[in-house]
Design a protein around this ligand. Structure first.
Ligand code: AMP
Ligand code: ZN
Length: 401
């Protein structure tokens, strides 16, 4: 029921069509960011029996009904028939004592250690950069322990690549598109003379822009799979590592260094037989566990799923959970009594092997898996646990800065 459906309002509260179970409240809430541009924020309490929308401008009664109807569609699609996944916890070190309890964001901004360019886009100063360099050193040691070979991948990715691995269906909401001015003297001259920015962004006729051939890449390991596509895998296996810029548009969910539009990922990637990939994913987890213990970070490793879009969510999330395809390193954020995924251990089965025709010596499709770390996020979680004064940091971090 709407609180108030007789006049315009900028806040709508109503009961969801189906009660939202607690394991889905976060997932549904994050998807409400994409429901309508007038939604400034959406809140679902843990009880899952209420949805509150805060709007950018007051909505008429008709608009309110329209918004509620769109939200109910999301709820039905994600909740109806959803099965609660059994959360598997592989490591639990959330109770490790850490010295800091404040939100590092305000101080980082005040000190100029980070500066915000736009929503989800940050520049990082020396403190965070050095911390990221430290973690990168540890990740590279981990990669070396597998004899991983280094790669460098582009920031752009062809649309036809993403199409081939079903990305448009699974994650349409987070795509970032790239274009350029059409090769036409009049168009370019016109742009040069008239282009300007207003509150809505760049003002230029849409016809000035070329069709979209490329996007900003959402992940690192895809590039390796495309490089290996349509041929037999040399020696039947590959272990590689690369770091790269990744882009996932997260709408109003973009807050602080926790959730960025433009972030950096270090990946260690395994391609080969199922046994090879699974065994190495597990070894990587154990080796990383020692690193995190040495640093003294509070975290836990638990089963997870990718943020599939509404229509694909239920089936795909259940599939990932049933086959234990994804585990996340969730670091404690003491200031908000919650956790943040700073890395993931992924197994894709033979999905990329089949989609991209990467074959093992016996002709069967290759299996793939990756270990992925979010560099800004691990630095942020570290600062949230240990504070901004290097003298309060664990010695192993200080001596390696
Ligand atoms: P995923 O492939 O989704 O498991 O991502 C790997 C890691 O990248 C996550 O564990 C995060 O640390 C990081 N990451 C993913 N999305 C974002 C984001 N929007 N902002 C910052 N870091 C992210
Ligand atoms: Zn990956």
């Amino acid at each position: 029921m709407l609180d108030d459906h007789s006049s315009t309002t900028d806040r709508i509260a109503f009961a969801p069509a189906l009660n939202i179970p607690d394991h889905l409240t976060g997932e549904v809430q994050s998807k409400l960011a994409y429901v309508d541009e007038t939604i400034a924020s959406a809140v679902i309490p843990a009880s899952g029996d209420q949805i509150t929308l805060h709007l950018r401008q007051p909505a008429s009664p008709e608009r309110q009904l329209e918004l509620v109807e769109k939200v109910q569609r999301v709820v039905e699609s994600m909740v109806k028939g959803a099965i609660k996944p059994r959360v598997q916890i592989l490591e639990d070190h959330l109770d490790r004592p850490t010295p800091y309890r404040l939100d590092p964001m305000d101080t980082l901004l005040a000190l100029g250690e980070i500066s915000q360019e736009a929503e989800g886009i940050f520049s990082l100063g020396p403190l965070v950069t050095k911390l990221i360099q430290y973690f990168e050193k540890r990740f590279l040691e981990l990669a070396d322990s597998f004899g991983a070979v280094p790669y460098r991948f582009p920031t752009l990715i062809p649309a036809r690549y993403l199409e081939r691995v079903n990305y448009f269906r699974a994650f349409p909401h987070s795509l970032s598109f790239v274009t350029h001015l059409r090769e036409d003297l009049d168009v370019i001259d016109n742009f040069a003379q008239h282009a300007a920015c207003d509150v809505h962004g760049l003002t230029a006729p849409l016809e000035s822009f070329a069709g979209i051939q490329n996007l900003l890449s959402p992940a690192v390991c895809y590039h390796l799979y495309f490089a290996l596509a349509d041929k037999p895998l040399p020696n039947g296996k590959v272990v590689a590592t690369a770091v790269g810029n990744c882009f996932r548009y997260e709408a109003i969910n973009l807050v602080s260094l926790e959730r960025l539009w433009n972030f950096t990922m270090r990946e260690i990637i395994f391609v080969g037989s199922k046994e090879f990939v699974l065994e190495n994913r597990e070894i990587a987890r154990q080796r990383m566990s020692s690193v995190l213990e040495e640093i003294g970070m509070a975290y836990r490793v638990e089963s997870a799923n990718d943020p599939f879009f509404i229509g694909e969510f239920r089936k795909q999330a259940a599939f990932q959970s049933a086959f234990q395809l994804k585990f996340e390193i969730r670091a404690s954020l003491p200031f908000k009594d919650s956790t943040l995924a700073v890395g993931s251990y992924n197994f894709h089965q033979d999905f990329f092997g089949r989609s991209l025709n990467i074959s093992l010596p016996d002709g069967s499709p290759a299996n793939t898996g990756c270990v992925a770390f979010g560099l800004e996020r691990i630095a942020f979680a570290f600062l949230a646990q240990f504070g901004l004064e290097p003298e309060n940091w664990p010695e192993t971090v200080r001596v390696n800065l």
